[in-house]
Design a protein around this ligand. Sequence first.
Ligand SMILES: C[S@@+](CC[C@H](N)C(=O)[O-])C[C@H]1O[C@@H](n2cnc3c(N)ncnc32)[C@H](O)[C@@H]1O
Length: 378
Amino acid sequence: MFKSPKSLSLCIPRLVIRQHFLQFCEKYSHVYKNKREDEENDKFKKKKEDQEDYLQLYKSRGQHLLTNQRVLDSIVQKSHVKPTDTVLEIGPGTGNLTLKLLEVAKHVIAVEIDKRMIEILNKRVAESGLEHKITVINKDALKTEFSGFDLVVANIPYNISSPLLAKLLFGVSTFRSATLLLQKEFARRLLANPGDSDYNRLAVNVKLVADVKFVMDVSKRDFVPCPKVDSSVVKIYPKDDVPYKDLDEWGAFTKTCFTKKNKTLGATFKQKKKVMELYKLFNGRESNEEKCGDGNCRNVEDEEVSDEEDCDELSGLDTGVSNFKDKIMAVLKSGGFEDKRPSKLPNTELLKLLLVFNQAGIYFYDQARPTDVEFLTN
Ligand SMILES: C[S@@+](CC[C@H](N)C(=O)[O-])C[C@H]1O[C@@H](n2cnc3c(N)ncnc32)[C@H](O)[C@@H]1O
């Protein structure tokens, strides 16, 4: 416990030095801190400047910037923007297309999910002196309500093509046309006609509410970074008068028809599972309980039925279901649809079939149990 005089003498100068050091640190700590902050600020500024030149682009967000000026000019030209138009642009990115749209439109509403893109976009728009013409919305386009626009012109992120198109075409917005740069394969499917190998439910559903025109192909080399796939520009014109107003019913009907697009409609509608599903709807039942023709009850959903099982094997089922199957077949026969294949039917024919079904009291969408109809999937 007791220190020798020698050790005490050593301790004193050490204590004094330590005290001086602490005082020094306290006095100059702000200088040191400020110096460090300045360095950090410089580093941050440099990083930001670098980012503008070498902005990291995310594939997950479809960030392929269109850099070919000739293609950008063509898109704007084919969009036929009037000086009185407000244009909606989804995914403006750093503004390559936006700047050109601002030159010809009255106003541009730009919806962009990525803040870093918006910073650069705002800077470029300010430099152009056209900032009074733009409204930038930093949100996910799929979760944003947009209204009050005349046209859509956009190089959209390809990973949201289907839901975005569904939102535009089956939502509440009204607009003259949408000029969209899409993945080439998706564009081909939109443009497909009956008999084409690409013809599917996507094309059928879109054609109910809009006309689609091919504008041009765009090479993957026109983008930075270069994507794996080529692209095409299409122009979509929403119809003023949609020939069938109940879109959910139409969507559920096309889903049934196009489950196996090359199968005959007779074969599709003979499937036991499908017959029972429609029978339940026909009877307007909300519960799983189904009343049989003979007055007894059975739970139809308890029946294990594979997709491929044929209705010719309905022997174990009640006569109510069996009669209903005959009703379906009679509808198909009446229109000469039994041997037709959805992959070869134009919308006019499909519409005719749906109307005959509805007249016979057969519906496809369960109003009692509303679900989201995915219009733009196969
Ligand atoms: C294909 S780039 C197009 C960029 C620019 N228009 C061009 O042509 O250079 C797609 C843009 O959409 C943005 N984006 C991706 N998902 C989005 C979403 N859900 N809502 C809004 N913008 C989105 C991306 O950040 C990107 O800037």
